[in-house]
Design a protein around this ligand. Structure first.
Ligand code: G3H
Ligand code: 13P
Ligand code: ZN
Length: 283
């Protein structure tokens, strides 16, 4: 069943759990996510980045997710991850995405507000949900000093202004996570998360959540994170299984190579759903 991002996240916000938002580029990833959601009775967000849409085609991703969503009772939202391009966002909406992220976090506050507001007006008029970002969630490969890192964290006053002036449905914040594999253990600014959640009282999104230890994830959920983005952990599960399989025999049938990779992704995604507290929340 295809629902909007807002429908999934408002309930998570009310009941105090987080919905996993898993990135996809291929059919096997889409199937693994739906299978894990069915196994754990979990609502789920399937999301594609602009790079993912370039790789697979927006129509292909939309068709795969719509097909899977129409044949399951599990609540599914189809979301654009880190949308930065107006035309790309419109194309996603035309292709049935039920949620989009407008990532104007690189702009100064006024520009972020202006761009986000424009997307909200259009998306909300056709019942599509909007996630925005404030603060800067970098990559783990970015070489930043501790003071630079903290300067990039979300300012609660700015977050409040963005939310009040745009009408977004969920907000991605920077509290110490980063995209990609971590070199050390990520240190999250939980005090900042608590302040932001209390001030905004709305669904909060955590990006760069692969490799974040279970206790930190659970603490973030208990303090009000309601959407958790996972990409790298799925990529690693996929490539680990392919490497193991191809390295140990001379299989040439794609089904024999990709089938075990799909199983490995189901395992990793199911564990996340249990960790996030969304398991059992499908109905
Ligand atoms: O936030 C970034 C996601 O992991 C997507 O990455 O742009 O390489 O598809 P990508
Ligand atoms: P990871 O790849 O670090 O899990 O980040 C995913 C993400 O934030 C997608 O927007
Ligand atoms: Zn992200």
């Amino acid at each position: 069943m295809l629902l909007t991002g807002k429908q999934l996240l408002d309930r998570a916000h009310k009941e105090g759990y987080a919905v996993g938002a898993f990135n996809v580029n291929t059919m096997e990833q889409c199937q693994a996510i739906i299978t894990a959601a069915e196994k754990t009775n979990s609502p789920v967000i399937i999301q594609a980045s602009q790079g993912g849409l370039k790789y697979a085609g927006v129509e292909m991703i939309a068709a795969m997710v719509r097909t899977l969503a129409s044949t399951t009772k599990i609540p599914v939202a189809l979301h654009l991850d880190h949308g930065t391009d107006f035309k790309q966002i419109m194309l996603c909406i035309r292709n049935g995405f039920t949620s989009v992220m407008i990532d104007a976090s690189k702009k100064p506050l006024e520009g972020n507000i202006e761009t986000t507001k424009q997307i909200c007006e259009i998306a909300h008029s056709v019942n599509v949900s909007v996630e925005a970002e404030i603060g800067k969630i970098g990559g783990t490969e970015d070489n930043v000093t501790v003071s630079d890192r903290e300067a990039s964290f979300t300012d609660p006053d700015e977050a409040e202004q963005l939310v009040k002036q745009t009408g977004i449905d969920s907000l991605a914040i920077a509290i110490g996570t980063a995209h990609g594999p971590y070199k050390g253990e990520p240190k999250l600014d939980f005090d900042r998360l608590k302040i932001i959640k209390e001030r905004l009282n709305m669904p909060i999104v955590l990006h760069g959540s692969s490799g974040v230890p279970e206790d930190s994830i659970k603490k973030a959920v208990s303090l009000g994170v309601n959407k958790i983005n996972i990409d790298t952990d799925i990529r690693q599960a996929f490539s680990r299984a392919v490497r193991n399989f191809v390295g140990s025999n001379d299989a040439y049938d794609p089904r024999k190579i990709l089938g075990p990779a799909r199983e490995e992704m189901i395992k990793v995604i199911s564990e996340k759903m249990i960790m996030f507290g969304s398991a059992g929340k499908a109905y």
